[in-house]
Write a protein that binds this ligand. Structure first.
Ligand SMILES: [Fe+2]
Length: 245
């Protein structure tokens, strides 16, 4: 199968620390396509006092990029989302519509800081769920509290929270410890989605193709397809289909 989803990336131009120009966005989308990706969730940062691009500008750039991508890469589907940096009032911010959900669904991509503590992670996830949203924890392997405590990861999954891990971490670009943790989490079936978290072509790359090959090698093709295509389709895309199509 080569019909992968990238559930987390910063390839939308001019809205955060991703590419500045439209052409650079298109180049990165070509890379996604060459890596076997057919659906890209564009998830610009939302972080108070750091990344607060207006929803109008994000929507405008998204529509321009989508129109160009349609001409050049007609098989590539683009979705708009947001990587929401978690603060005390994250649930209210989501509810107010200041930060986008994934494709307009109930799913929200939440970024915790690397030093976030267990209680904070659990409390904020509860708050978001109590407002009717479904958290997906972005690059969960980056949170020290989760990385050092597989039981916490299991507890989050048991609560109905979804877990995204980054392609670069899985293949070892972020070091041995993150790679080992990702592998253990996959072996215990505690990963739902893969995202590139790509920002550019050189430092924070797409890596989806390499990641797919690596997951196939260590976990088999069925598991690779499960987290890189089936889960996104059955979880998030199904919700989009129910709402809009
Ligand atoms: Fe990100």
């Amino acid at each position: 199968m080569s019909n992968y989803f990238d559930m987390h990336c910063h390839l939308l131009y001019g809205v955060d620390d991703g590419p500045k120009e439209l052409e650079a966005s298109l180049q990165l989308l070509r890379q996604e396509y060459d890596d076997g990706v057919r659906t890209v969730y564009l998830t610009p940062h939302f972080r108070k006092n750091m990344f607060e691009c207006s929803a109008e500008v994000i929507r405008e750039h998204f529509e321009i990029l989508q129109a160009r991508a349609k001409q050049e890469l007609p098989e590539l589907r683009l979705r708009l989302g947001c990587e929401i940096h978690v603060s005390m009032d994250v649930a209210e911010e989501i509810k107010s519509g200041r930060c986008a959900t994934l494709g307009g669904t109930e799913f929200v991509l939440l970024e915790f800081s690397e030093t976030a503590e267990k209680k904070y992670i659990l409390d904020r996830c509860h708050a978001v769920m109590n407002r009717g949203f479904a958290p997906i924890i972005a690059h969960a392997e980056r949170c020290a509290a989760i990385r050092k405590d597989m039981e916490l990861l299991r507890r989050l999954v048991d609560m109905g929270i979804y877990i995204q891990m980054s392609a670069g971490s899985i293949i070892g670009e972020d070091g041995f410890f993150w790679k080992r943790f990702c592998k253990k989490a996959m072996q215990q079936d505690l990963v739902h989605f893969i995202g590139s978290d790509a920002h550019d072509l050189t430092d924070r790359k797409v890596n989806i193709g390499k990641c797919a090959a690596y997951i196939e090698k260590i976990m088999g093709a069925d598991y690779r397809d499960q987290i890189m295509c089936v889960n996104p389709t059955e979880i998030v895309e199904r919700s989009i289909a129910n709402r809009y199509e």
